[in-house]
Design a protein around this ligand. Structure first.
Ligand code: SF4
Length: 325
């Protein structure tokens, strides 16, 4: 039986693409990706509805490398969409070869995104991933060159579509016909398309090579750069305090105010006395004791090290907010 790997994003287009090819009698195996910036939750839901097994591939150091110098540049923010897609297709190709599948299916629609789904971008992605002729895009196939699955007769070109552009009308009609309901509405993209997160990430990349844990940390709390090599992260609520606790790493300093509700504060990077005092001041500033003239802040190094406390005047740190990243 002919087998194909379908890139399932959890959105409507990739669900339709996989369903169309499944309807041609091809065995479909889905694939999705996980990184600090995007995850497979929506794809998991969709794969259940479509009854397609889903393989989740984790990005690691390779994605960090890509963020330093994407060959095809960034979008509006820190989103290297063309390079990111190429990497996804390379990984999908690895999976295709591993399971002996014959080609790749995706829900890309020609012209639906000016940069990453232009005719030129689609052919760059094919070339960069070593999949020339092996990527079938059923929603726009009739507007694109003939692919190997069509040439070999695994898929009939007449059963494919010629959708172009941003309108969703034809996809929504088709979803009704095929009984597909559990798709997510099109969103602007992953976390890398968010301007605030992008600013924070840019700052991180400028100062050091982040680990995956550093990247996870970028999603939590208020971030303050206090030196070239150190940052303070302040939890904004109970959920974030808990997340910060889970992201603690050896060498971090953890701070909490004594006797008042307040944030969990983490100092990461180079530890120096003024830095710990600044972190303690921020901790005091965002606690319920912010209006006091003095408040005690406890600190300890992770895992078990120096412990102590400072008496802080929370008013001292107002100017520091200018350094928030
Ligand atoms: S929006 Fe994010 S996940 Fe999607 S291609 Fe661009 S960088 Fe990759």
């Amino acid at each position: 039986m002919v087998k194909a790997v379908a890139l399932l994003s959890g959105g409507l287009d990739s669900s339709l693409a996989a369903s169309i090819v499944k309807g041609e009698g091809v065995e479909i195996l889905g694939v999705n990706f996980i990184s600090p910036f995007f995850g497979p939750d929506k794809a998991i839901e969709v794969s259940k509805e479509l009854e397609i097994p889903l393989k989740i591939i984790r990005f690691g150091e390779d994605y960090i490398n890509l963020l330093y110098n994407p060959k095809y540049g960034f979008g509006k923010n820190m989103n290297p969409c063309i390079d990111c897609h190429s990497l996804m297709f390379k990984k999908a190709r690895g999976y295709m070869e591993e399971i002996g599948a014959n080609f790749i299916v995706t829900g890309e629609v020609l012209g639906s995104r000016p940069k990453s789904q232009s005719r030129e971008a689609l052919s760059i992605i094919e070339r960069e991933s070593g999949l020339t002729g092996l990527i079938l895009r059923p929603l726009s196939a009739k507007r694109l060159p003939l692919t190997i699955p069509e040439e070999r007769g695994w898929i009939k070109r007449e059963n494919l579509l010629d959708i172009y552009g941003r309108s969703r009308r034809r996809q929504l009609d088709l979803a009704k016909q095929l009984g597909i309901t559990r798709f997510s509405t099109p969103a602007g993209g992953c976390l890398l398309t968010d301007p605030i997160f992008s600013r924070r990430l840019r700052d991180e990349l400028l100062h050091k090579r982040p680990t995956l844990s550093d990247l996870e940390l970028l999603k939590v709390g208020r971030h303050f750069r206090i030196s070239e090599k150190a940052k303070v992260i302040v939890g904004r609520n109970m959920r974030e305090n808990l997340l910060l606790r889970n992201l603690l790493r050896n060498g971090d300093v953890l701070l909490e105010v004594k006797g008042y509700k307040g944030p969990l504060v983490l100092l990461r990077g180079e530890i120096f006395p003024e830095g710990v005092i600044t972190a303690a001041s921020l901790c005091a500033r965002y606690s319920d004791g912010r209006d006091l003239s003095q408040i005690e802040v406890n600190f300890k190094t992770i895992p078990i090290g120096e412990e102590g406390s400072f008496i802080i005047n929370p008013g001292m740190v107002k100017e520091l907010e200018a350094e928030m990243v």
